[in-house]
Design a protein around this ligand. Sequence first.
Ligand code: FES
Length: 486
Amino acid sequence: SERASISALPQELLLKVFRFLGPLDLCRCGQVCNIWAQVSKTGSLWRHLYPVRWARGDYHCGPPGELDQEPDDDWVKSLQDEGRAYQEWDEDADVDESEACEGSPAINAVQREKTLLDGMIQKLLPVVGSSVRSLSLAYSSTVSSKMVRQILSLCPNLTHLDLTQTDVSDSAFHSWAEFGVCRILEHLDLSGCHKITDRTLKILSLGLGDLMASNPDRRAKLLKAPPSPIKLQDEHSLQPIGRSCQDLIFKRRPGGRGSGCGSAHVWVLDPAKLADIEDAADWSKPGGVSTQESGRGNIFESKGGGASCCCRRSRRRSFRTGISSSHWQYGSMGDAHCGHSTCCTSDVSLWTVRETHCDLQAKGGGVDFRTKGFEGESCPDRHNRTDQSGAFRTLRFLSLSGCYQITDLGLRCLSQRGGLPLLEHLNLSGCLLITGAGLQELVSACPALNTQHFYYCDNINGPHADTASGCQNLQCGFRACCRSGE
Ligand code: FES
């Protein structure tokens, strides 16, 4: 009798088999032949990405629910030790990199993580990006703002993003600087991302969309029923894709802005924007934000405050920090834009972020320092959304713990455009510059907030004082807190 071969299986059945495999096995299968490579890059196989864990042999690929809790202390400590070891090695590695890491499991793990992230960005996400729902890069010591920016461009339908304790800055979120572009985001964890400023919150608020402008009744409806997910076009089909993903390389398009959905090339860098070297600039600026950019003085500077400004009163508080007094000290920010809602007018224009739709971008009017298209692909995935009238502002979880540069102006951005009607969990521990008034303004725009999951500095006389939870960073040791070390 004729022997059946696994290579004779229809691709639909092959996909069913592949659903039982983890990321490591899928990658191995992808190297067997062209058909297997094609099936292994089916979007539904790559919904939940945990590259930091995968690089260390933990191949969990289910939904993030069970990983939502804080990882145990040993895991965090080992990742931090690896990051430190890698950093030291990297600084001395110009002599002979191949020998330097020999025998060091810590450095090897970080190198694996970096290789994995690079490969994911270049080979996998251009194919499956629209299907990715959750991504955790928590405690990664190799991910940069530029990498996150690339990933967010390639994964427009993320609902869950965890960047806990990474070195990202505002420039990581430039691809969200379009109206409604991250409108189905539900969970955003930026705990310990100390370079984040109000600019990110401004971009986030823009990306989440506007409940009020599009439909005045939307907010009421949203509160009554959970939003339906955005419908996507069919995920990466099983039809032959004509060429291997190996060919999906990043190229710089010689022209400037304008072609939007064109089939041409990939990374468009407008030298005037210099977004790609922004990461480098972040390093040169104490606190990661320029005075020009933020409209306020650097927190390390000591300028005179306005007589009526609450900052002046607050400056007299003697906050302490057990980690770096120069780093998290409450500095004066001048009297113009202190960031406190009680001192600043609502129309203070700190940033230039254009509210623009994709079609505007295609006409050359959009933000031009980002991915525009992929060679051989019709257009970026976000253009493939078929439900343009889907729910907006679906954020349920937001942690800015330790983001000590956030001010009331950032909170105000979140409360605009209909607020955050579904937000249940809000962690503002270690946000030293916000005030009770700023908190009150945001909380009044978050009707679903669960006060047990509402954290802010113990020294702030804020809303829900009796039921809200206190600052979570008191004993943390590595996140900003005005009372750490007490
Ligand atoms: Fe004030 Fe932690 S930030 S108690």
